[in-house]
Design a protein around this ligand. Sequence first.
Ligand code: AHR
Length: 663
Amino acid sequence: MLKFILFSCKKYFLLLIVIVCMQVHAQIIVKTAQPVSEIQPTMWGVFFEDINMGADGGVYAELVKNRSFEFFKPLMGWKIERKSFHEGEILVQNRQEKSTANPRYVRVTVNNGSRGDLGLTNEGFKGMGIKKGLRYDFSVLFRKQSGDVKLHIELVTATGEKIGETVLLPEANAGTWKKQAVSLNATATEAKGKLTIWFEGTGIIDLDMISLFPEDTWKKRPGGMRADMIQMLADMKPGFIRFPGGCIVEGFDLSQRYQWKKTIGPIEERQLIINRWNFEFAHRPAPDYFQTFGLGFFEYFQLAEDIGAEPLPILNCGMACQFNSAEVVPIDQLEPYIQDALDLIEFANGNTSTKWGKVRADLGHPNPFNLKMMGIGNENWGPQYVERLKAFTAAIKAKYPDFKLVNSSGTDPEGERFDYLNKELRDMKADIIDEHYYRTPDWFLKNASRYDSYDRHGSKVFAGEYAAQSDRTVSVSNRNNWKCALAEAAFMTGLERNAAVVNMASYAPLFAHAEGWQWTPDLIWVDNLQVYGTPNYYVQKLYATNKGTHVLSILENNKTIAGQDSLYASAAWDKTSNEIILKIANVSEKSQTRDFQLDGVKKPDTKAKWILLKNDKLDAVNSFENAVNVSPVEQTLPVDAKTKKVTLAMPPYSFSVVRIKVL
Ligand code: AHR
């Protein structure tokens, strides 16, 4: 009897093991044999705008604020240091009639001064980030008027402690403007540093373009960009970089629109304008926010080339921001705007015998930048836009028939403005239509199928600006939390699935300074010394670095996976590495397991790479203190080479990327 009982138990135990081993999970079929469409190399890119101190005070590494005294208040950012009135005088002068781009400078009169008597201190952009042991390059344009004045250059902490010093002895320059430079090393790290210049001697000297750059700029270019910020972009391997905006393209009014020709050449001749984000939001005023254009169009093209991204400049279409002045240029005066667009193509691509190709060569880039596309207008709308766009399109296509134009569909992804433009642009056979969506996470989840029904043979789509808003658009309470990033990851499966229609996509805005932002959420946050990527950054990076070349069909119960059981999925084939790439967002609070059946694969590798981004808490964020709180973790996953199956247990609130090599 006992023997029988033991035998029966063993039998049931074995049966149980068999059942456990055979446990079949719901199955997802990945059809690997027939790619659905190509994925453009441009698919995942970045959107750059000088908002939130993105350029001046951000990626443009100049540490001196108001270096040319051209802010509305000429001494904004500067403090005159003096013991008494006996030491001399520092006065703002204006040579308007001689230099319209940069009229102001300061005249320093020193009477037997010595160090500590008369000086100028610059506070930097929310202070200056100074790093111990690093070299700092100081330069100044000067004109000696009389006598001899020596400049003592000092780096100081927020509390005035000296952390670097050197001396500049202005050379003879026969009353003309001359640039002179000198370097100094920092002896300590300080996030809120300042620059002080003490004047010694007796004489009069004029100063302009007072500048300080760290040596560790991107590619060590003098007067270049912050390397840590650019590295974050390079790491994403973006397919394109859109610049210079955004609303700054349009300007508050047409006088403040972005004009690329004013942003190239010697920096002292690049005419500064107020940044429209200076006063856009009463709740986030930024009175010291100006565009110096030290980062101009030549630098943008160079940056695109450096990081292997296609350049995508956006030009003003003859209309200022329609939320602001809504100023339009009369149609019979549109010609200079169109000429700017034509000249930009020649600047980027023309050979060195052309007028603008020569300008590019003289700036140090004889080879063309290979510009293939350009945006006409940012968030413009209405018949006025269509009228102007038609004139641009006719002129550009007449000269460059294959050149692609990106057209605006306005500010929102639905509604009257969008419907009107979407129809007009499609009737015009627009190359690429730029759609923007700043919406709730829920909107992103609900819209994962947005492009499933778009015409495969019509205009292509550029998801040119998007970001899930944890509160609401332009609310200061918006956070770059995991809930938003996960919703974007889920939505992006829909962009990838529809790569036949969606050729480009970029999150917006890109950078924000922790003390100088106007708009949140933003992809990458910085302060004067540090930088961190948000959960949204890691989502973007995962897509861009796991792009693939072709879309594969991925189905559950014969349906695309766009929200059933809170799962969102897309699949791609990478013909260069012979890999199948799966992307799956599990937006539910429960773990979910699926078998992924790789249909049509002959011999998969037995190990797959699983990159997992997850957090149990939807309100989780990254920060300077915990920069990788929500960041990807890599592990391996077994692949059953016999059944060609991968089983994936997706944790709650997770985004998975799985790469399976085909041998
Ligand atoms: O990304 C911030 C702003 O949002 C952009 O400047 C504008 O195009 C949009 O309204």
